[in-house]
Design a protein around this ligand. Structure first.
Ligand code: ZN
Length: 325
């Protein structure tokens, strides 16, 4: 099923399919958590469903093809994803996708390759994919999913048709959260924390990360008042996924900088911690926080690249810097 805010993109592709003008490569772009992967999934199912509905908005979900697609065992759909979350997509994975596209037994038949996230391809992998993009095989559709399009080489970008997924309006997002049984009061904060992306907001509500964030922010508030030892605090969070840890720290620091730069209270994203953030901003120097921000952004880049970092040291270093007054 496509999500309520994706009907326009869906209708556009449906019209292109009916007119036999579906491009051979699409780049599904937009911020994290707007449902691009789900859209790629639904599109591949719709293209292969044996009894697609006339409205084209939904696939039957019952035929053999739909069941195989849902179980990720459809022989005409090839998923390329990092072997581990946060790791790179390697050249061998793309070579396998290229072979799948070129299979003579399937020549001319509809088949779909989904690369998710495409920005996780390392340089060699991206170069390998370029071959298939330059010489598209008949019937093949490449779906590249990315929330960081700027990380993709220009040579890849120029060979894909862009399909943009903007975040839905607050009203649509709140309604959807409501349909997922999240209370409206929690939804507003969750959506704010997730930058307006509903699936990311729902993940925050269900995967326990909201509670971890709360503990971390309480820890930061204690750290600056010298009530907590940074090494002890680091020990508590050393098992937190590094990307979540860095992003949670960045969110706090960005809010602190907003306060220090004279922002309005409603600009604070973590408004449930407004008092603590204002206090932190009052006790820290703008210049230190700017340099800490640069440090965190560089660290984030290393984490995204999948560099093998010592998790405990990473958390310790970040918290020791945060405790400086
Ligand atoms: Zn079906």
């Amino acid at each position: 099923m496509i999500l309520p805010w994706q009907t326009e993109q869906w209708a556009r592709l449906l019209a292109a399919t009916q007119a036999n003008r579906l491009p051979h490569a699409l780049l599904l772009s937009g911020i994290q958590g707007t449902g691009k992967r789900q859209f790629a999934d639904a599109l591949s199912q719709a293209l292969l469903c044996q009894s697609a509905k006339v409205d084209g908005v939904s696939v039957c979900g019952r035929c053999h093809a739909c069941k195989m697609a849902a179980g990720r065992v459809h022989p005409a759909i090839f998923w390329v994803e990092p072997e581990e979350r946060g790791h790179a997509i390697k050249i061998d994975q793309i070579r396998a996708a290229n072979e799948f596209v070129q299979q003579t037994a399937l020549q001319g038949d509809r088949r779909v390759v989904i690369v998710n996230p495409a920005d996780a391809m390392n340089r060699n992998a991206a170069n390998a994919l370029l071959k298939t993009l330059e010489e598209p095989a008949s019937g093949a559709l490449l779906l590249l999913v990315s929330s960081q399009r700027e990380r993709l080489p220009a040579t890849i970008l120029s060979r894909c048709q862009l399909l943009h997924f903007p975040r839905p309006s607050l009203q649509v997002a709140l309604q959807w959260m409501n349909d997922q049984a999240v209370t409206s009061m929690a939804s507003a904060l969750l959506l704010r924390l997730a930058n307006g992306a509903p699936l990311a907001a729902l993940a925050l509500a269900t995967d326990g990360s909201l509670a971890v964030r709360q503990n971390l922010y309480n820890g930061l508030a204690g750290l600056i008042q010298k009530k907590i030892d940074p090494i002890k605090l680091a020990f508590q969070f050393k098992e937190m996924p590094p990307l979540s840890f860095v992003d949670t720290m960045l969110s706090w620091l960005m809010d602190c900088l907003r306060v220090q730069l004279g922002g309005l209270p409603n600009e604070i994203v973590n408004h449930d911690f407004e008092a603590e953030i204002v206090r932190y901003a009052g006790l820290t120097q703008l210049a230190d926080n700017v340099s800490h921000l640069t440090y965190l952004q560089q660290l984030r880049g290393q984490v995204v690249l999948g560099l093998n970092l010592n998790k405990q040291l990473l958390v310790e270093n970040v918290l020791l810097r945060s405790g400086l007054v």
